[in-house]
Design a protein around this ligand. Structure first.
Ligand SMILES: Cc1ncc(COP(=O)(O)O)c(C=O)c1O
Ligand SMILES: [Zn+2]
Length: 402
């Protein structure tokens, strides 16, 4: 069994893991998020680890030596192991494109949901709950459809139809609440913790980041243990961006690689909360702003993993940037020309790269990886106005090709 402890991101106090322990009470729910710390020295000494790792198509559980769960679900085999394409893009050669829209529920969030479900089983729970901008919830609902546990889902009423359909079809109990994600999050967290349900809120349950970091592990092994110079990722609550840093950091810590890429967190200009918190500088503080964007998955004004996100991105030498909705729409359309259909939050890494090339901050010799976190079919409405609605009669078609 893999051993680990929990450590507060702010006061560094260490805790023995126990059911129901999600954050450091001295520092609170946002300042006191916990890191999962493994025995890196022993792992570094284990020479067999590198030989065991697969280059392609193996699920994220090939990394069980750095994961905190014991149980194994049938679907685990299919979570992660997503493609890493190499494309010539925007004048750069061999841009790595990690496409997580090919997970079972079509988003990066499956990596965290799978951990949540296994952990809930490990700890003997019967109910899981989740507040989400859509993907975390639909992912939890779909993966958990295969277990006897019940799922309570809390989402903003305005989530895209594709994500709502995934929730309904999976048999989860869905509460589509009128309000923003930030409001729904507070409502469900208070309720769920009081009731003692298992919490699948990535920003507060420290184990969920552990699932998400496997994306970084896969990028490394699929790229023959070469670490890119830059990794671009969409940012809402801040857990995915934090997880990528932790994944690259851990592989370096156990001696599998020798560097960490600069992580570039891409936010929506309409609601760039973590970018603002980061630019205010250290010590990083919680932030709450309001705003809107067509990229619903990253429409977060009160990010819960803001401290880790700022701390880790700074440690990587990276930073945060933002795109307006027109740039996000262009990113979806241009990425589509490579054969990848991303939802708005999934396309922002492409738009971010385009911006930094234009600003001269990324040049032709830089090795870049874009992490595409969600499938475009989840939110087709975002493209309204950009998709042709032209129709033809059969006669018109025949005439056209005569
Ligand atoms: C497709 C997609 N990309 C990016 C993100 C951002 O992840 P985080 O909220 O951990 O920053 C999300 C979160 O819901 C998402 O669904
Ligand atoms: Zn603390």
């Amino acid at each position: 069994m893999t051993t680990y402890i929990l450590r507060c991101i702010t006061c560094k106090k260490e805790f023995e893991p126990k059911p129901g322990l999600y954050y450091c009470e001295d520092c609170g729910k946002i300042m006191g998020t916990l890191e999962v710390i493994y025995d890196y020295e022993s792992l570094k000494a284990d020479a067999s680890i590198k030989e065991r790792l697969f280059y392609n198509k193996a699920s994220m559980y090939q990394f069980d030596f750095l994961l905190p769960t014991e149980s194994k679900l049938k679907l685990d085999e299919y979570v992660g192991g997503t493609p890493l394409y190499k494309f010539d893009l925007l004048g750069l050669k061999d841009v790595l494109v990690k496409y997580d829209g090919s997970n079972p529920s079509s988003s990066y969030k499956d990596r965290a949901s799978s951990i949540a479900i296994n952990k809930a089983i490990d700890e003997g729970n019967e109910i899981l709950f989740c507040a989400s901008t859509g993907n975390a919830a639909s992912s939890l609902a779909m993966l958990n459809a295969h277990t006897p546990m019940k799922t309570y889902i809390f989402v903003p009423a305005a989530i895209p139809a594709g994500k709502r359909a995934q929730l309904e079809i999976s048999g989860a109990e869905v509460y589509a609440v009128e309000g923003t994600y930030d409001e729904v999050y507070d409502l469900s967290l208070d309720l769920g913790l009081e009731k003692g349900w298992y919490c699948r809120h990535a920003a507060i349950n420290p184990y969920l980041l552990e699932g998400k970091k496997t994306g970084a592990f896969e990028i490394v092994i699929q790229n023959n243990f070469e670490v890119p110079d830059y990794v671009f990722i969409g940012v809402g609550d801040g857990t995915v961006v934090s997880s990528l840093y932790k994944g690259f950091w851990e592989f370096k810590e156990i001696g599998l690689t020798d560097k960490i890429p600069k992580i570039i967190g891409v936010q929506a200009e309409g609601i760039p909360a973590i970018k603002e918190a980061f630019e205010k500088g250290k010590p990083y503080k919680p932030i709450s702003i309001s705003g809107a964007t067509l990229a619903d998955s990253i429409s977060v004004g009160k990010p819960r993993d803001v401290i880790k996100a700022c701390t880790y991105v700074e440690a990587s030498g990276g930073y945060f940037i933002s795109l307006n909705d027109a740039e996000i729409l262009d990113a979806i359309k241009e990425l589509g020309k490579t054969g990848i259909f991303a939802e708005p939050a999934g396309a922002v890494p492409y738009g971010g790269l385009k911006k930094l090339i234009y600003e001269g901050k990324i040049t032709k010799t830089d090795k870049v990886c874009l992490v595409i976190t969600g499938n475009g079919l989840k939110d087709v409405k975002a493209l309204e106005g950009a998709i042709s609605k032209t129709t033809f009669t059969a006669e018109e078609v025949i005439e056209r090709f005569e």
